[in-house]
Write a protein that binds this ligand. Sequence first.
Ligand SMILES: [Fe+2]
Ligand SMILES: [Fe+2]
Length: 333
Amino acid sequence: MTHFTPEAAEIEKNKEVVAGMHTMASEAVDLFLVQAETAWQPSDFLPQMNSPEAIHSIKELQARAAGLPPEVITSLVGNMITEEALPSYTTYFNLIKGVNEEGSMASEKGWAKWSRRWTAEENRHGDLLNKYLYLSGRADMRQVEITIHNLLANGFDPRTGGDPYQAFVYTSFQERATKISHVNTGKLADRGGDAVLSKICKTIAGDEARHEKAYKTFMAKIFEIDPNGALLAFEKMMKKQIAMPAILMDNSPADNLFTRFSAITQKTGIYTTFDYAAIIKHLTQLWKVETLTGLSGYAARAQEYLSNLAERYRRIAERMKEPEVVKLAWLVQ
Ligand SMILES: [Fe+2]
Ligand SMILES: [Fe+2]
């Protein structure tokens, strides 16, 4: 007979719930995701290299990008690097308990299909931003490539503790955070006079919005099936805090690229502690955390913690001082 610790028993139960959602995942592929042939593709936004006008188009792209403030370029590079670690996210998703028990990347089961179709869409994001930045001439591409190389080599740790519920809290949060970050970068690109880049950022944000909706729907289903377990997982995840996916992009603790990137997104307003607080508020409202009834003692305590959390972060955000001087990264010297 197997003996489980309470923690392991909780994860085992959560795995069973997620494994029971294959049909929902399959339906979500049709509901939320797009077909390759009709979806936008990176080349729709880039100079056509087979055209006699190619060099002229590149020059135009560079002229537009020349007006962008360096902080916007650094933020854009950080966003792009985050997207380029896609192999880690695909691997992570397929390792979530209950998702791909067959261990097959060709599986036709709902979650395996979802993971492939979702990441196939995501692949366009890094692809497009990377090509754009390369052509813009504004980024030190060798330094950018070293960072992507390091990030992939270092891996990805969302600290979801092997718990599939926490994984769906994380992905719901993260898709919304990524959407916000692309939207705000797009606004700054507009202000900097690069309407094409603005359109690129907003288009990518549109994808993230669909993904966010899907992950929130999966988590809403978990709340419906197992409100006590869902609350506990939400609480655990938030106590550990949601770390950005690209946190492991640099090996140097002293002059860390990720720390610089975060400080810049905070300073430019691309992604701030106010956004973090607002996402918590949005998710607690959407999953009706405050009004759930008939809860176990633990879950009731989690409910109380979560109900006050957005306001706590909002107050922290208000007290936070803006970083004064931030050393930029990945720019052409
Ligand atoms: Fe993305
Ligand atoms: Fe995404």
